[in-house]
Design a protein around this ligand. Structure first.
Ligand code: BGC
Length: 347
């Protein structure tokens, strides 16, 4: 058990990254880097005691700048899309950089995923806390926002992520983690044989640019019904309007309401039987099946990743929530504390 710190390479602009390796006493290890406060690896035993790394990632920080896809990164201040790359707070319009079809995705080209965060380890808690000061106007958002993201590796083989922030003006606070999971091993091929359960009765229906229309569409009778565990590949290419919009699953699931942190999802690897449960206090989760991945990115083992080689379960407010009055609001009031928790539990 313990925390080890090592070098993780140098960025083209000279900034150096560090890698933090956390090991518990139950055979589980995780690696996180201060670049993007990114989860790089999670080595997890299966029922037979065979360990695999279930997180897609790269061997060196430079690869995180060469390949896109936000692998393992913390996304902020806002995860997912903001339509028209603009929004209003207190009657004032704010404009962000448009980086996808005139919209904003993952807070634009200079997001939290590219920051070198300040790191502090806690051996006792088996955690690393990353802090960052996002100045007024950063990414187009109002206010000075001070953020902390804490990764804790528990003795229950859980990765617990706590997101905290305080701002001196009303702003948008909606952070998430963009890890791609493959429970059979990060470079073991497609996730289509994984089964998924999600505690959601509806998705936020989207238009052709993946921006929510505002409609909460029931999953009943659609390929989006994961209320009974289902093989992901079964309906991922179904003849369905919403499936076409996302090129497969790339949708926000409106989670059933619940008090505090509750279990909202479960994924099981098709070959390994390795299981991951997802717990959160967030209202939504983006299930992205890696539809836009291709062979251009080279994994930490030197092999290319493939389309649908990993899946993301990004806990968050609904996409474009800042522009929809019927969605829970991602606006953080000045001086108040933003705090959300997501747990990925392996067994
Ligand atoms: C989005 C996808 C996008 C991916 C990588 C996901 O959160 O929903 O549409 O391709 O991030 O950028």
């Amino acid at each position: 058990m313990g925390i080890k710190i090592s070098d993780f390479g140098t960025l083209p602009d000279g900034r150096k990254a560090k890698l933090f390796t956390l090991a518990n006493t139950h055979g589980m290890t995780i690696e996180v880097t201060d670049y993007g406060a990114t989860l790089v690896a999670a080595v997890v035993p299966d029922a037979q005691g065979k360990s695999e790394d279930v997180i897609l990632g790269y061997a060196d920080v430079v690869d995180y700048t060469r390949f896109d896809g936000y692998l393992g990164a913390i996304i902020g201040r806002n995860g997912n899309r903001i339509g028209g790359a603009s929004f209003m707070i207190n009657g004032k319009k704010y404009q962000m950089e448009a980086n996808e079809n005139g919209n904003n995705l993952h807070s634009g080209p200079h997001g939290f995923d590219q920051v070198i965060w300040k790191a502090e380890t806690d051996e006792q808690a088996l955690s690393v806390s990353f802090t960052h000061h996002s100045p007024d106007g950063d990414e187009g958002f109002p206010g000075n926002f001070d953020v902390t993201v804490t990764y804790t590796l528990t003795e229950n083989n859980e990765i617990r992520i706590d997101y905290r922030g305080v701002c001196d003006q009303d702003t948008v606070a909606n952070m998430t983690n963009h890890s791609y999971f493959n429970l059979d091993g990060h470079d073991s091929g497609s996730i289509l044989d994984h089964t998924l359960w999600l505690d959601a009765d509806a998705i936020t229906a989207v238009d052709a640019e993946c921006i929510p229309t505002g409609e909460l569409r029931p999953v009943e009778g659609t390929p989006f019904d994961f209320r009974k565990a289902k093989r992901i590949g079964d309906e991922i290419d179904a003849d369905d309007e919403q499936i076409r919009m996302g090129g497969g699953y790339d949708h926000n699931f409106a989670l059933r309401a619940g008090e505090g942190i509750r279990k909202i999802g479960e994924v099981v690897g098709g070959r390994s039987g390795r299981k991951m449960e997802v717990l959160t206090d967030c209202v939504g989760v983006q299930f992205y099946a890696g539809n836009f991945m291709d062979e251009s990115s080279i994994s930490k083992d030197g092999t290319p990743y493939h389309r649908r080689g990993g899946l993301c379960l990004e806990t968050q407010f609904y996409p474009d929530a800042v522009n929809h009055e019927n969605f829970a609001s991602p606006i953080l009031k000045a001086g108040e504390t933003y705090h959300t928790t997501t747990i990925y539990r392996f067994s």
